[in-house]
Ligand binder design. Structure first.
Ligand SMILES: [Zn+2]
Length: 183
């Protein structure tokens, strides 16, 4: 450990001490620490890139998805696309920022479509269907949309939630590494 403190790299320490390089690496960054940094999906508990929602952000994203979005499933991942009118640049900027802070390690795409009259803001994640289980057969406006209990709880916590008490401060629902077991 003294050699780590001197700023020597793992290779050099391994060479000087005869200790395997992987062991030196583990001393430098213990396995439990590496594990602690791995995020899991709040719904299926499988590994994921970090997902962070406040109640307000979740409610906003759910509204955008139900209103202007769709989720298409690929072989290994899913893609969320939100179609926005090019005239409302602030909505496009806000939506991009919302996705970037909710999925801080995922790339958020912005594509001009329909001759520049619309933009698709998009994001890939294999957990989109965990977070937005409303995707199904047919068009959203032609079928019944039912929110799950945990979704209703988050939406109700958001500032425009129907059951929000006057003057109640919006509660943060940091769901990173916490199950959304509100039901
Ligand atoms: Zn999941």
């Amino acid at each position: 450990m003294a050699l780590v403190g001197q700023g020597l790299n793992d290779c050099e320490i391994a060479r000087r001490t005869g200790i395997p390089r992987s062991t030196v690496r583990d001393w430098r960054r213990p396995a439990y620490q590496r594990k602690a940094h791995r995020a899991v999906c709040p719904r299926c508990r499988r590994a994921t890139k970090p997902i962070r929602f406040t109640a307000e952000d979740y409610a906003e994203l759910l509204g955008l998805y139900l209103g202007d979005g769709c989720i298409s499933a690929g072989a290994r991942t899913a893609r969320l696309r939100i179609a926005l009118d090019a005239k409302y640049t602030s909505i496009i900027e806000d939506t991009t920022a919302l996705l970037e802070r909710s999925f801080p390690e995922n790339l958020v795409g912005l594509v001009e479509v329909h001759g520049g009259t619309m933009y698709f803001v998009s994001l890939y994640s294999s957990h989109l269907k965990c977070l937005f289980p409303q995707e199904g057969q047919g068009k959203k406006h032609e079928r019944r949309i039912t929110l799950e209990h945990w979704q209703r709880c988050l939406v109700e916590q958001a500032p425009w939630g129907q059951e929000r008490r006057a003057n109640a401060r919006p509660r943060r629902a940091e769901v990173l590494n916490e199950p959304l077991n509100l039901d």
